[in-house]
Design a protein around this ligand. Sequence first.
Ligand code: SF4
Length: 414
Amino acid sequence: MSQNIFPPRRNSVGVRVGTVTIGGGAPVVVQSMTNTDTEDESSTTSQVAQLARAGSELVRITVNTPAAAKAVAGIRARLDDMGCHVPLIGDFHFNGHKLVTEYPDCARALAKYRINPGNVGHGKKRDEQFSILIETACKYDKPVRIGVNWGSLDPELLARMMDENARSGDPKDASLVMHEALITSALQSAARAEEIGLGRDKIILSCKMSGVRDLIAVYRDLAARCDYALHLGLTEAGMGSKGIVASAAALSVLLLDGIGDTIRISLTPEPGGDRSREVIVAQEILQTTGLRAFVPLVAACPGCGRTTSTYFQELAESIQGYVRNQMLVWREEYDGVENMTLAVMGCVVNGPGESKHANIGISLPGSGERPVAPVYVDGQKSVTLKGDNIAGEFRQIVDEYVQMKYPKKAGNVH
Ligand code: SF4
């Protein structure tokens, strides 16, 4: 089996975040972050719900002001009223220690806190403020992600390590010192959190960078030096295809190395773009690397001079959209539909071969071919579609296949 060429998942300590488990052998968890103003309860609630509907299993919100902290419990209550129980993570920076102390409802309503050791204050204050956040997590029995970011790395730690390196007989490249400083910051902060009383099963680490090779190098090293659960993400991944490709390139390598217990894709949305795109990309990375299945995948050929129109592209797109929407219903009713594979091919010369590898495949007529579209189901030719409603009839075939092939979930048997 080709799976055996990949290392097994790294052993990590499992961390319970509300109803979700990160690490400890649990499936890799998808998370996302809102970009609404948390002070605006209504728009933050609706974006959290939208991200959760798209498949985000945890959602992070920034908690940056007293008004934002005050809004958190209300957001939690509104979500619960909507039947959306996705755990909320609070993202804290310089004033987090004050907010969790002054707004205990906020501290209680969050399922996890995220602290960046480079952004909790400076000098003596940093230790005090870090301690207050960890003590609060202990008090309310909440896990914490200690999330180091290369853009906000503890400047005192970095300066000290750079000085030590410069004075050594054989100084290393500055980028390697930076890598080591990130890891040191995460591990020292985790050790300090444990001294304060936070259990190992309440700690998740991350060391985010924006360079693909840097991120892979840092996480490989970090993973070898601890057994804390790890959150993966390429920070400032960027917009559009650049952000998607860079995130997929970095995370796929690490995930296939067995590293990573939860992921977030930091995509910059296009103006007016859909925030849930980052959830879909995270799911697709996990699904195409064979780690989890979320929605049926649609394989489609790229098209070439044989394709006479954009019809097959439109069909591929409409089928992908259809199965993603339908999955909201199928997920509740049937077991295993997420493993279904579909193929939409642009001609009947090469199409049937690919179609036979999918559960359901269709080959549309190419240039000069008869206007018919053979459909294969589980490798066998099933029917040939023609006329103006090929897309509608194909969707019906998919629906019937789901009903016939996948068992009804308990409680949904009629
Ligand atoms: S399946 Fe047909 S239309 Fe699609 S790329 Fe191959 S030859 Fe071209």
